[in-house]
Each structure stands twice: as structure tokens, then as C-alpha cells.
Ligand binder design. Structure first.
Ligand SMILES: [Zn+2]
Length: 257
């Protein structure tokens, strides 16, 4: 049973969002595409968040702590909602049940753009969920796959216009980058909502927990450095990188920096 946290009350009549950002673990979206979401929210686009698991296998903290942190982050980001499918961390399966759950969420919110995990990454869940989400986006557009909303009524088919994979841990060549120079400070603040995961505070309540490759100060420096690296070729101070399985099109060459 998925859990929905509606975070903004000003537009509850409309379930639709422009962008649905999906991560297999709460914090994937924040680490990799938070600046892009902040930028688009500033331009008036709406977005929501879907986590496939609670990240309960993370060495530090717990699924419950992570959920509290994730809601804090979602509020700070300005997300319209944050939903969690509560699938098993580490053991998420490519099967009909998982696909149907994701299709139901896509059809509920009818996003024009979906953001998903990297196609291949250090954490094996990332690549696996990238494939599941990509296929769910396609199947969501098939008339004969029937799904039902929370009201028990059949949902209408919906295929997002575009699916982009945010690059997270491993170095991959982006197909495009998004300028997040003006949003880096807020991005780093939002990442720090995950206090159990990223231990770069002076007196941290989680400082006695096990050290992991992402728990030290150097990890935050790595996130910033990654942003600098993605931005450099396009002439931005900081950027986030994305891959697309199809050619991204542009109608005006002057839209490209
Ligand atoms: Zn992850």
C-alpha cells in the first residue's frame, strides 16, 4: 500500500504535475536533480516525488527516520506531494506487480516529464529501478493495461512526453546538463535534511553510527565538485547531468547554451 503525503494545499483539486521525479531511495532525487526541480519550480512548473522504497537497508538511520527526513526535504523543495510505494529496498523486482504500482502513480499525476535513476550506478538498485521506471512510462500509455485509481475507477492511459535519467554517483556522459548555479546553496541545504545519512555537522546525533562512503564531509564536497564538473563545458558554475534514451529535440538552436 503506497503512502501519499500531500504537501501543498493550494491546488488539491488538480492531481496533475508537470514533472514527476522518481527515486528508488529517498535522497536519490535530492542528490542528483534537486537543483533542476528548484529551477523549474521557480519558473512556475509543478512537481511531485515518488520513492519506490524507504531506503531501509541504508547502514545508517532507519526507514522511519528516512521517511521523516524525506518529508522535510520535500517541503523545503516545494514538492506538491511525496509518495512512497514501500517496495523492498535491495530486493525490488522487475515484475508485473511493481510495474502496475508505478503505472498507477504515473496515471494519477499525469506528468509531462519523468525523472528517474541513472541507467547504471554504484548502487545496483539504481540501474534496476531506472529500467523498471522507463518501462512503466511506456506501458502507462497502453490502453489495454487496466489500472484503477483510489476511487476504484479505471484510470486513463498516460504516457509522459519525456523520461530523463539523472546521473548520480558513477561518472556517466550526460546528454544534456541543467544550470543549477543559482540553486546550489538550497540544494545542499535540502540534502542536509537527511541528517542520518550525511554526517557533516559538528555535533551530529548520528555521529556514533557506522561510517559509510557517503557519510563524511568529503561526500558533500564530491556533490559540489560533480556539479562544477557538469557545469564546466556548458559555461555554468554548477549543473546537473541527465541522460535520455532518445535524442532530445530542440526547435531553436538559441535555446542551447
Ligand atoms: Zn540510492
Amino acid at each position: 500500500m503506497s503512502v501519499v503525503y500531500t504537501l501543498s494545499v493550494h491546488d488539491i483539486t488538480s492531481m496533475q504535475v508537470d514533472i514527476l521525479a522518481i527515486g528508488v531511495h529517498p535522497d536519490d532525487v535530492e542528490l542528483s536533480s534537486c537543483g533542476t526541480l528548484l529551477r523549474h519550480a521557480e519558473q512556475g512548473y509543478t512537481f511531485g516525488l515518488l520513492d519506490l522504497t524507504r531506503g531501509e537497508l541504508g547502514s545508517r538511520g532507519s526507514g522511519e527516520i528516512r521517511t521523516i527526513e524525506a518529508l522535510d526535504a520535500a517541503r523545503k523543495m516545494g514538492a506538491k506531494f511525496r509518495e512512497n510505494l514501500d517496495l523492498p529496498d535491495g530486493f525490488i523486482q522487475y515484475d508485473e506487480a511493481t510495474l502496475r504500482k508505478i503505472i498507477t502513480v504515473i496515471r494519477r499525476y499525469q506528468p509531462k516529464i519523468v525523472l528517474a535513476n541513472a541507467l547504471d550506478d554504484r548502487h545496483p538498485d539504481h540501474g534496476r529501478s531506472a529500467k523498471i521506471v522507463a518501462d512503466a512510462c511506456f506501458y502507462s500509455g497502453l490502453l489495454k493495461i487496466e489500472t484503477f485509481g483510489e476511487d476504484g475507477q479505471p484510470q486513463v492511459k498516460w504516457r509522459p512526453n519525456a523520461l530523463y535519467h539523472y546521473i548520480q554517483d558513477r561518472n556517466r556522459k550526460p546528454d544534456f546538463v541543467v544550470d543549477i548555479t543559482d540553486h546550489l546553496t538550497r540544494k545542499m541545504e535540502i540534502i542536509r535534511c537527511y541528517r542520518s545519512q550525511f554526517d557533516d555537522h559538528e555535533s551530529d546525533e548520528f555521529s556514533n553510527e557506522v561510517k559509510t562512503p557517503i557519510s563524511g564531509k568529503d561526500f558533500m564536497a564530491f556533490i559540489e565538485a560533480k556539479g562544477r564538473s557538469f557545469g564546466r563545458e556548458a559555461g555554468y558554475d554548477f549543473a546537473e547531468g541527465f541522460e535520455s534514451s532518445r535524442y532530445p529535440g530542440v526547435k531553436d538552436l538559441f535555446d542551447l547554451d
